[in-house]
Structure formats: C-alpha cells, structure tokens
Design a protein around this ligand. Structure first.
Ligand code: NDP
Ligand code: 8X3
Length: 250
C-alpha cells in the first residue's frame, strides 16, 4: 500500500522538489502552502504518478492549520511521513537594525508554524504507533553568522525541537530526523531580500550551490530506509561551502 506524505512549503523550492520525488516513488502526497494556484498546478503534474491532495493554509494561523489537517478525507488521513519544510528568512540585518515584523515572521513561521503542524499530526502518528517526521533546519541552525541573528535563532529552535521530538516520540515508534542544508538556490533569497532579484541572484554567484532536487533526493533516501533505521541529523553543504561563513567563491 502507498505511504502518505504531507509536505509543507510544497509550492516552491525544496518542498516542491520533495513532493515531486516522493510522488514518483509511489507516495500519496498532501501538498501544503499558501499559494493555492501553484499547489493546483503541481497537483496536475503529480497526478500522472500518484494521488494528490492540496491543503492551502498559512502555518502561522493556528486554527487554519488544525482545521485543514482535520479536514483531510479518509483516504489521506493516515499520514506516514511529515516533511516540516515551510519556512524562510526575512531580512539580513544586525540585531540593532532588525525589523520587528521580520522577526515575527521568522519566529511565527519557522518555529511556531512547524509546532502547529506537528501538533496537528503527531496524535495521528501516536495512534498508528508509526510515522516519520523530517524537520528541515539549516546550517543556520548549527552556526550563527553576521546579521543572521533571528533566522539563526529560529533554525536553532528547529534543531532543538527535532531532538526533543525524537526523545518524546521514542516510545511510540515514531522516527524523527533533521536535515540542515547550506546554500540551496530556490526562492529563499528572493524572499529574504523582499523581491530584490539582483541581490538574491548574487548570493549564488561564484560557486555551485545546491539545487532543491539535491535535498529532495536526500529526503527520499532518509524516508525510504528500513523502519529500524532512523537518520537523526544531516548537514548537507555545497562542496564550495565549508561552514555558514566559509565559501570558496571564484
Ligand atoms: P522557498 O522560498 O523556495 O520555499 C519556501 C516554502 O515555504 C514555500 O513553498 C512557501 O509557500 C512556504 N511558506 C513560507 N511561508 C509560509 C507560511 N506562512 N505558511 C505556509 N507556507 C509557507 O525556500 P526553500 O525551498 O529554500 O526553503 C524551504 C526550507 O528550507 C525553509 O525552511 C528554509 O528555511 C530551509 N532552508 C533553505 C536553504 C536555502 O539556502 N534555500 C538552506 C537551509 C534551509 P507559500 O509562499 O506558497 O506559502
Ligand atoms: C539557509 C542558509 O546560510 O542563508 O538557511 O542561512 S543560510
């Protein structure tokens, strides 16, 4: 029987590529994100391979998260794999110059949003006594870099929650693992720099960044291990990147 995977942030980047690879590998997919038009377009594409359901909600909206997940039809209600991927950086400023709305967005989406989605799904996994949760952190959740302050804090929180979930859910046979990418060329920098495409493109100049598909491939590897194998934590960097701040650029 096909497993069911729910992917947050499936309208773009890493989440979209993950939905694509899982769909091609016989998972039934629940696509989540705010941009419903993109989710419906992806649903059309992936329906050639598998059954797809879309849920459009903002992870910051507690009620919408629970209402959406509780509205899943029977055929999609037994979630085997949760990919907690929705998230972004907003701004790149010193702590003294940071924008409060940017701080709210990062804490509310990257931390509280991940918690709301997890809280809506974990009881189902506990009842099933099985499940696999992948939390997408970042190299920014392992290290701190100049002007990264609140984004780094939000991803350090994801790292802590990943470890905490693994401990608390251990009695129920639920696997929990974190994947922490370095620079991946997606819409991430467009969002961080509020649509400044030139500044966003500059982030990836002079070296070969990761592609969303590179991370999706690894997510597929992690979730397809035998059930007794849990890959707990992975840092994945472009070859040109040695740490959050050391980049071999030409
Ligand atoms: P993208 O900007 O391409 O994708 C972000 C996704 O998150 C979109 O699908 C977006 O959907 C969704 N999202 C954002 N805000 C919300 C919200 N409030 N409610 C629901 N969904 C939301 O970036 P990436 O694919 O790069 O990012 C995916 C994850 O990977 C993030 O957690 C990011 O922090 C992490 N990451 C990225 C790295 C990179 O270099 N790109 C490196 C390390 C980690 P929509 O706008 O439709 O709601
Ligand atoms: C995204 C990678 O280095 O821009 O999480 O924070 S970085």
């Amino acid at each position: 029987m096909s497993k069911i995977a729910l992917v947050t942030g499936a309208s773009s980047g890493i989440g979209k590529a993950t939905a694509q690879i899982l769909a091609k590998n016989n998972y039934k997919i629940i696509l989540c994100g705010r941009r419903e038009d993109r989710l419906l377009e992806l649903k059309k594409e992936l329906s050639a391979f598998t059954e797809v359901y879309t849920l459009s909600f903002d992870v910051r909206d507690k009620k919408a998260v629970f209402d959406s997940i509780n509205s899943l039809p029977e055929a999609f209600s037994k979630i085997d794999v949760l990919i907690n991927n929705a998230g972004n950086a907003h701004g790149l400023d010193s702590i003294q110059n940071g924008d409060l709305d940017d701080w709210d967005a990062m804490i509310d989406i990257n931390v509280k949003g991940l918690l709301y989605v997890s809280k809506a799904i974990i009881p189902k996994m506990i009842a099933q006594k099985s499940g696999h949760i992948i939390n997408i952190g970042s190299i920014a959740g392992k290290e701190v870099y100049p002007n990264g302050n609140v984004y780094c804090a939000s991803k350090h929180a994801v790292d802590a929650l990943n470890q905490a979930m693994r401990i608390d859910l251990n009695p129920f046979g639920i696997r929990v693992g974190g994947i922490h990418p370095g620079a991946v060329e997606t819409e991430f920098s467009e969002v961080r720099f509020k649509g400044d495409s030139e500044r966003a493109a500059n982030v990836y100049k002079g070296f070969e960044p990761l592609r969303a598909e590179d991370i999706a491939d690894i997510i597929h590897f992690v979730v397809s291990r035998p059930y007794h194998v849990n890959i707990a934590d992975l840092i994945v960097l472009p070859t040109a990147q040695a740490s959050a701040t050391v980049m071999n650029k030409s």
